[in-house]
Design a binder for this molecule. Structure first.
Ligand SMILES: NC(=O)c1ccc[n+]([C@@H]2O[C@H](COP(=O)([O-])OP(=O)(O)OC[C@H]3O[C@@H](n4cnc5c(N)ncnc54)[C@H](O)[C@@H]3O)[C@@H](O)[C@H]2O)c1
Length: 335
């Protein structure tokens, strides 16, 4: 039984607690939040995804700390799961790696590439296993796109466009670009990371962006430019009008077919082939459930994660930082 400590019981901490509650190979033995009222774990949070952060976890039997470092020092834990605001990731993640415990950490790995690279290098030398929670790499429908590109199921991939649109989550560190990194680092990073996962680090990026909520890009459109390879673009925003329904979409074009993913929806993935549009059956569960299952399997089998590595998570931040530079200068940014 893997003993987990979850740090930060906001939207993502509660989402992770729900995922652990569905499993029988682990126990959440301790939690930490600087707000004592959150330590009961029953709060529901307003996530973008329906069914997320339901507060289904019973925390009555867990040890509780108001300071994250006390959780790391708890000797009866195997895993520290960090769901803190982004700017706090670096200190708590380094302390976890130094403790020898295993680390699961929410994306983005850190607020800056420099910090993310320090963490990735420390993780390479650490005794414990470390993984960044890049949930899209585990999300039903998105895994179909990855397989289709890698296996050329429908021929070569010619183009992919990603789109992730939301209103601002509001308040806390999200309203401060120095802490959150704006929509570029917080929201749009999912699509930057997926383009990276599919096609590698681009040679350059060209971004249009504007800011209205934070001092960082709050709405951006990027063209990822590769030496050879498909046309890849992504749009991300968290500054749509209040009440704008969250959208997570991609359109992928291959030599012999097209894929459309449109979430939320009952059948989000459609295959268009030979003049027919057919819904593609998908695995049940959200990316969060699959990512946590994968991570726990890695811990159980003492295997470093390959689906997403810490170095890749750091490189994704390097790409986002190039997008921010390009959006500010109006010039192509080279990686
Ligand atoms: N994977 C995804 O799809 C996804 C979605 C949203 C957010 N995130 C990421 O998850 C992270 C957390 O986001 P969130 O929306 O849950 O934030 P949040 O503000 O809702 O929750 C953060 C929690 O951490 C607590 N906290 C702050 N400092 C602490 C400390 N020193 N010790 C213990 N607890 C402390 C706060 O009280 C709060 O309850 C961010 O990095 C964010 O970018 C990921």
């Amino acid at each position: 039984m893997i003993r987990i400590g979850v740090m930060g019981l906001g939207m993502m901490g509660v989402t992770h607690l729900d995922a652990y509650a569905k499993r029988n190979d682990c126990i959440v033995a301790a939690v930490s939040d600087k707000l004592p009222e959150r330590l009961h774990g029953q709060q529901k949070a307003a996530g973008n995804v329906d069914g997320q952060a339901q507060g289904s976890f019973d925390l009555s039997m867990t040890r509780k700390y108001t300071e994250g470092m006390d959780l790391i020092n708890d000797p009866d834990l195997d895993v520290i799961d960090i769901c803190l605001p982004t700017h706090l990731h670096i200190d708590y993640a380094l302390a976890t790696l130094n403790s020898g415990k295993h680390l699961l950490i929410e994306k983005p790995l850190a607020r800056t590439y420099a910090d993310a690279k320090r963490l990735a290098d420390a993780a390479d030398k650490a005794r414990g296993i470390a993984m960044t929670a890049m949930c899209l790499r585990f999300w039903p429908g998105w895994t179909h796109l990855k397989d289709a590109v890698a296996n050329q199921t429908y021929g070569k991939c010619l183009a992919v466009h990603f789109r992730r649109m939301a209103s601002h989550p509001g308040g806390g560190f999200y309203s401060n670009g120095d802490l959150s990194g704006g929509a570029a680092l917080d929201l749009h990073i999912h699509d930057t990371d997926f383009a990276h996962y599919l096609f590698g680090v681009p040679k350059s990026v060209y971004t249009a962006a504007y800011s209205v909520v934070t001092n960082q890009p709050d709405h951006l459109v990027t063209h990822y430019r590769y030496e050879t390879g498909p046309m890849v673009t992504a749009e991300g925003s968290w500054c749509m009008s209040a009440g704008f329904p969250f959208k997570m979409q991609f359109t992928a074009n291959f030599e012999r077919a097209s894929l459309i993913y449109d979430f939320p929806g009952d059948n989000p993935l459609t295959l268009v082939e030979n003049g027919k549009a057919t819904p593609v059956p998908l695995e049940a569960g959200m990316g969060y459930d699959h990512e946590i299952g994968y991570f726990l399997n890695c811990v159980q089998s003492a295997r470093r994660p390959e689906r997403v590595t810490m170095q890749q998570a750091a490189d994704t931040i390097r790409i986002v930082e190039a997008e921010v530079r390009s959006g500010r200068s109006g010039q192509i940014a080279v990686l």
